[in-house]
Design a protein around this ligand. Structure first.
Ligand SMILES: Nc1nc2c(ncn2[C@@H]2O[C@H](COP(=O)(O)OP(=O)(O)O)[C@@H](O)[C@H]2O)c(=O)[nH]1
Ligand SMILES: [Mg+2]
Ligand SMILES: [Zn+2]
Ligand SMILES: [Zn+2]
Length: 423
């Protein structure tokens, strides 16, 4: 069947794709497919039944076949009472043609977890960005606001579109973040540890498509909202399999909460300060160790994954100082964070200026050990962000949500070396 061979899009042999859902390294020549022809599953099940052979895919419901791989990925027993089932027949023989109706299939699946592989994966791969930081640093609020900003502000500005990869992402974002924050105007609740909740392990995945220019690009953004305590030790990260996620990331946003930094904590005057936090240099150092171990680097080797270090809750550092002590830890009126970046392009000058200022600020206020650890990442930059724009006093966000510079780290990450500038 010469026709069939023509239809098969043969990716380069080296076209390995990191699945952002299960972090498997996938050979794009050996993936699974799904047929969108609604009749195929029924036909497949009928054939199975008629043959009398025992099959792992046979469900009680003759409309849907069992998705063994996705069941296992979600921690469900495929042979148990409630496996994951699908109305769309899955083809596991690497062919791009449906083995039931013979038509080409357009839906590509990761062979390990059966989550989708987007068009363009062979050219652009998956660009998995992770947001990390200790408990209470503001990760959940940052992710929630960032997704909203990327969709509604960044995308129109840069000629991109951002869409959720799966319905699960849509639901998770809406139910766990958007509703509470934007509709009910309440703060988010603390995130559960992965040890306790398996479902939460699944990241929210979005496709960011830049359609303009000669070569349209698609980035896969994976937002993985960890509970800070999961990052407390290298052992724990290994246990929870966070290590492969972090080690294979295309970029890391490491968040630092100024209010948890002892030097700032003791000097700033404000209500409801969070308690002082653990040493952030140790935490970043744990992350560096994990990456080196996983990527077979030696202890002194520099790490190639771009690292954006972002100071969260910057709104608290933008007030008028009440005394000299406070003056020493606040951003003065001449701070570069007040200078707007130029819209619609990567404003390198603006980012470099801010980075230099925040690095010096962190060297002084956090520690020299911290800024030294940051230098173990060959490509790094510093940022200051605020997700809410003001300090919430109770659980209700009475002053609304007015984010500041949350998208900066992403604009920087999307413009790393080897990546063409967007405009
Ligand atoms: N002032 C200020 N406080 C924030 C901001 N974002 C988060 N917070 C506060 O930090 C707390 C912890 O945030 P959360 O996102 O749950 O932290 P996580 O544990 O890292 O996920 C929130 O309950 C807020 O009180 C911000 O942009 N500005
Ligand atoms: Mg959280
Ligand atoms: Zn079919
Ligand atoms: Zn997968």
């Amino acid at each position: 069947m010469a026709k069939k061979t023509d239809q098969q899009r043969k990716p380069e042999p080296s076209a390995l794709y990191i699945c952002p859902f299960c972090f498997s390294s996938v050979d794009l020549n050996r993936i699974h497919h799904q047929c969108t022809n609604a009749a195929c599953t029924k036909m497949f099940l009928r054939k199975l039944k008629e043959s009398g052979a025992k099959s792992d895919y046979m469900s009680r419901n003759l409309e849907e076949e069992i998705d063994v791989e996705n069941s296992i990925f979600l921690g469900k027993d495929p042979a148990g009472p409630s496996p994951v089932t699908t109305k769309n027949h899955i083809i596991r023989n690497q062919s791009t043609m449906c083995d039931i109706c013979g038509r080409p299939t357009y839906r590509r699946l990761c062979p390990c977890c059966h989550n989708p592989i987007p068009q363009g994966a062979e050219d652009d791969g998956s660009t998995v960005f992770v947001v990390l930081g200790p408990k209470g640093v503001g990760k959940s609020h940052y992710i929630a606001v960032l997704i909203n900003e990327l969709r509604n502000s960044f995308s129109p500005e840069f000629g991109a579109t951002m869409s959720p990869a799966t319905d699960k992402t849509t639901l998770k974002y809406r139910d766990m973040y958007y509703k509470r924050l934007y509709e009910e105007g309440r703060k988010l609740a603390p995130t559960l540890s992965f040890e306790g909740s398996r479902e939460s392990r699944e990241p929210m995945i979005y496709y960011l498509r830049f359609l303009e220019g000669a070569t349209p690009r698609v980035y896969t953004l994976a937002f993985f909202d960890t509970a800070g305590e999961d990052l407390d030790s290298a052992d724990k990260m290994m246990d929870l399999n966070l290590n492969s996620f972090i080690s294979r990331a295309s970029g890391i946003v490491f968040l630092v909460d100024p209010l948890q930094v002892p030097y700032i904590h003791t000097r700033i005057r404000m209500d409801n300060k969070p308690p002082q936090g653990k040493n952030v240099a140790d935490m970043l150092s744990n992350i560096a160790t994990i990456i080196r171990t996983n990527n077979c680097l030696r202890p002194k080797d520099q790490i190639g994954i771009p690292l954006a270090v972002a100071l969260t809750k910057s709104d608290v550092l933008m007030k008028m100082p009440e005394n000299d002590e406070e003056d020493s830890i606040l951003f003065g009126p001449s701070s570069s964070i007040y200078i707007d970046r130029e819209r619609g392009k990567y404003d390198k000058i603006n980012f470099d200026q801010i980075s230099a200022e925040i690095e010096e600020y962190m060297r002084r206020a956090v520690s020299e050990a911290f800024t030294q650890t940051v230098k173990e990442f060959s490509d790094h930059s510093y940022f200051a962000v605020s997700s809410l724009g003001s300090n919430p006093l109770g659980n209700t966000l009475t002053r609304g949500i007015s984010p500041m510079r949350v998208e900066d780290p992403f604009i920087w990450l999307l413009n790393r070396e080897g990546q063409e500038e967007r405009r």
